[in-house]
Design a protein around this ligand. Structure first.
Ligand SMILES: *Cc1c(COP(=O)(O)O)cnc(C)c1O
Length: 395
C-alpha cells in the first residue's frame, strides 16, 4: 500500500492500521502526512504523560545524548542511579530494576516471584492472575494475561498462572495451593475496559497474601506515574505491594519501564536478571524529567481535577445521548456507548474534517480516554464536542 510517498508494506502487518502516516506532534495534537491535525486522546496508549514532544523530554534527550548514551548495564550510570532513587523514595519499594517495556518489567516480576518461591517457599512457582488481565506479549506475560482468545495462541503455554475473578476474593483463595507464590493484578484493568479494583478488594488481596505468605505484585504499567491522580494507583487503596511494575507513562513516550521490589522480596542473584538496554542513561534521563514534573503535588492535584472534569463532561454526554454511563480513575476513563458501535465511532472520529479525533475502543461498546496528563479543559471540551458530533451522525 502506498500513502503518497510512503510505501508501508515492508512493516509486518500485526494490526489493522488506518491509511495515514503520522509525522509530528505537539501537546495534545498530532499531524499526519497530509498535514491534517488530530486531537489525540490515545497518546501512544496512555504513554505520553506530558503529551507529544514536550520540552522537558526534548531537552533531557538532547542533553543526555551529548554526554553519554550507553556505557552498558554492567556499570552504574548517573541518570539510572538518580531515577532508581526517585522511584524508591516515591513508592516505598527499596529496589529498582530498569527495563524497556511493560512486558519486560512484568517478565522480571514473574522471575523474581519464582526465585523467591525457590528460596523461601519450597519451590512454589504459581502466580494467581485474573480473568480479563493484560500483562504484555511475551510468552510468560501472555500466559499471565486473561485476555479472551489468547488461551489457544502460541501453545504450549508457560505454566503456572491459575486464574481468579476480579473483585472476588473467594475465587483467589480457591486457586491458592502449596505451589502458589504470588498474586498479580492491575489496580485498574485497562485493556479489559478500565475496570477498577475496589479498595476493599485490594485490601482483601493484601491481607490474604500476608496470611498465606505470598507476594503481592501490582502491574501499574498503565495506572502508575500519575495516570489516576496519585503517583501510583495503590496509594488510593492504602495498600503497598511487595513488587510493582511500571511502564508506559514513566518514559513519556520513550521505551522505559521499571520493576520495583521491597527489600524483603528483592532476591535476584548475580546473573538472574539483566538486558542490554536496562538502565540505559538516555531513557533514564527522560524518566527523571517525567518524574520531576508528574510527582509535583500541584501537578497530581490537576490530574485529579481534570479527571473529574472529563468524567463530568462524559456523564453529561451520556445522559444527553442516552448512553450507558462512564467510569474510570483520574485520566484513565471509559464511556459505555450501550451498544457495539465503538469501532465505528473511533473510525468516524478519526475521519472528522477539518480536524480529526483519536480515540480507542477496548471493547465493542466501550471508548477509552487516555489523554496527556497535562491536557487542558479546553481540549476536553473540544473532544466532547467532536465526539458529540460523531454520535449525532451515527444516530
Ligand atoms: C501496556 C501494558 C503492558 C505491556 O506493556 P508493553 O510496554 O506494551 O510491553 C502490561 N501491563 C499493562 C497493565 C499494560 O497496560
Amino acid at each position: 500500500m502506498k500513502l503518497d510517498q510512503y510505501e508501508v508494506d515492508a512493516l509486518m502487518e500485526v494490526t489493522a492500521r488506518p491509511p495515514l502516516v503520522f509525522v509530528e506532534g505537539r501537546g495534545s495534537w498530532i499531524v499526519d502526512h497530509r498535514g491534517k491535525r488530530y486531537l489525540d486522546f490515545v497518546q501512544g496508549w496512555a504513554v505520553n504523560a506530558l503529551g507529544h514532544c514536550p520540552p522537558e523530554i526534548a531537552q533531557a534527550l538532547a542533553r543526555q545524548s551529548q554526554r553519554l548514551i550507553n556505557p552498558s548495564p554492567a556499570y552504574f550510570n548517573a541518570p539510572a542511579v538518580e531515577l532508581a532513587g526517585k522511584l524508591a523514595r516515591l513508592s516505598g519499594l527499596e529496589r529498582v530494576f530498569l527495563a524497556s517495556s511493560g512486558a519486560e518489567a512484568n517478565e522480571g516480576a514473574i522471575k523474581l516471584a519464582r526465585k523467591w518461591g525457590e528460596l523461601k517457599r519450597g519451590g512454589a512457582y504459581e502466580i494467581v492472575t485474573f480473568e480479563g488481565a493484560f500483562h504484555g506479549r511475551t510468552l510468560a506475560t501472555m500466559a499471565a494475561s486473561g485476555k479472551a482468545g489468547w488461551d489457544k495462541l502460541f501453545e504450549p503455554k508457560v505454566p503456572g498462572f491459575p486464574k481468579a475473578r476480579f473483585e472476588d476474593i473467594a475465587s483467589v483463595e480457591a486457586v491458592i495451593t502449596d505451589k502458589t507464590v504470588a498474586v498479580m493484578l492491575e489496580p485498574v484493568q485497562g485493556e479489559a475496559g478500565v475496570v477498577p479494583a475496589s479498595a476493599t478488594f485490594l485490601k482483601a488481596v493484601r491481607e490474604l497474601c500476608d496470611r498465606r505468605g505470598l507476594l503481592l505484585i501490582l502491574d501499574e504499567v498503565q495506572t502508575g506515574v500519575g495516570r489516576t491522580g496519585r503517583m501510583f494507583a495503590f496509594q488510593h487503596a492504602g495498600v503497598r505491594p511487595d513488587v510493582m511494575t511500571l511502564g508506559k507513562g514513566i518514559g513519556g513516550g520513550v521505551p522505559l519501564a521499571a520493576l520495583l521490589a521491597s527489600g524483603r522480596a528483592s532476591c535476584f542473584a548475580h546473573g538472574d536478571q539483566g538486558g542490554t538496554y536496562c538502565g540505559n542513561p538516555l531513557m533514564a534521563a527522560v524518566g527523571n524529567a517525567v518524574i520531576d514534573v508528574v510527582s509535583q503535588p500541584d501537578f497530581l492535584a490537576e490530574v485529579t481535577a481534570k479527571g473529574d472534569y472529563l468524567a463530568q463532561r462524559l456523564r453529561e454526554l451520556s445522559a444527553r445521548r442516552g448512553l450507558a454511563g462512564e467510569h474510570g480513575s483520574g485520566l484513565l476513563r471509559a464511556l459505555d456507548l450501550g451498544r457495539p458501535i465503538a469501532a465505528q465511532v473511533v473510525d468516524a472520529a478519526r475521519a472528522l474534517e477539518p480536524e480529526g479525533l483519536l480515540l480507542n475502543a477496548p471493547r465493542p461498546s466501550l471508548l477509552r480516554f487516555m489523554p496527556a496528563l497535562n491536557v487542558t479543559r479546553e481540549e476536553i471540551d473540544r473532544m466532547v464536542a467532536q465526539l458529540d458530533g460523531v454520535l449525532e451522525s451515527l444516530a
